[in-house]
Design a protein around this ligand. Sequence first.
Ligand code: C5P
Length: 443
Amino acid sequence: MASAVNTTSASTLTGKRILLGVSAGIAAYKSALIVRLLKQAGCDVRVVMTDGAQAFITPLTLQALSGEAVRTSLLDPEAEAGMGHIELARWADVVLIAPATADLIARLVHGMADDLLTTLCLASEAPKLIAPAMNQAMWRHPATQRNVEQLVGDDWQLIGPAAGDQACGDVGPGRMSEPEEIFSAVAALFSAPSLAAAPLTTAPDLNAPHVVITAGPTREPLDPVRYISNHSSGKMGYALAAAAVAEGAKVTLISGPVNLPTPQGVTRIDVESAEQMHSEAQRLAPQAALFIGCAAVADYRAAAPAEHKLKKQEDSDTLTLTLIKNPDIIASVAALPAKQRPQVVVGFAAETQEIERYAQDKLQRKGLDMIVANDVSQTGLGFGSDHNAAWLLWRTSQGVDSRAETPQPKTQLAATIIRQALTLLSTKSLNKAAGHESSGESL
Ligand code: C5P
């Protein structure tokens, strides 16, 4: 219902240029309501329809509601004389497709430009949202699922689909999301919180994913006053926590001893040793949708820390310590039974050579969904620095995808990592909701 639309969203949309693509589904009749909601919020809306869409709703209806001529053809000299298709692609602040059929999704995935709508999608650099609508069997089909996964990987933001009664009589996932939900997704694009302004005072979103992050070094006691540790500053983990809050997540940071302020909106749990970090991780992981192990956990601890301060031995120049292995925290989280395991588990790897190969090996060995590999041989990057470069590797239904991130501020890299991890999370949630978890993704 239009009345469900909040006015704060509406005011941020004034003057925004929305290109609405409509393809051939019965849900096309709901596009009329989407146009109305956008227009009421002050948007400038231009509609492009595929040939098939016009069998479900007439261009005249959408023209009357948008106040603009509806475009239907790529090879239309008259329309092109008004605003050419490249100009139209550049005009858009946002491209929204609702409804999107299985066929249109497949064509977009392959970068086809065989009609006006697909051509505009290729030519536009604006953020793109897509609301699929199809029969539940078509939605569940592995081909559609593969295509949707690819589309999300290509930076399309998915809206829905919802599950329920379908026009064809089936019940299941594939219904187009309601116009109000689609409108809210568009509005959210213009009101996304910035990294600097974490939403501390806004009401908690009960649907926000819970992200648990380990950060900083651990301290392994030798006696009451001495310990083994490392130079980790915690900056990367803290930047990840801030970036996750900025994306609207509920964030818990399990932090080793660092000299950093807690980012706004983050719940911080301080620990010292790897064993303490391990037990907090085990306690919190079952509540987490996304778990990121960014801590530089000491691999070993003293087998028997001394109860009292160790005395310097006057008769010996050496001191022998017996160390034992610490638990591998991230591997044990990734190995939790399915019901307790966070849907996405992300680890880090510091390498000095053959980064991608070693990282891929670690991804498999630790049972992770994604790994961020740093080249620690580069001076001025990584440990203690404000900058970092990384390889991102993540599992897909087909194998492993990767991307190199050039040297950049840790805050920027953190935002990229969080977005990639959340994309992975939504793809997995989607597959789970569709009852279609591929073997490559169910670790
Ligand atoms: O095996 P390596 O230390 O290179 O793996 C690094 C990754 O594993 C990081 O994500 C780190 O947080 C995690 N890790 C862990 N527990 C350990 C050692 C590493 O969670 N004991």
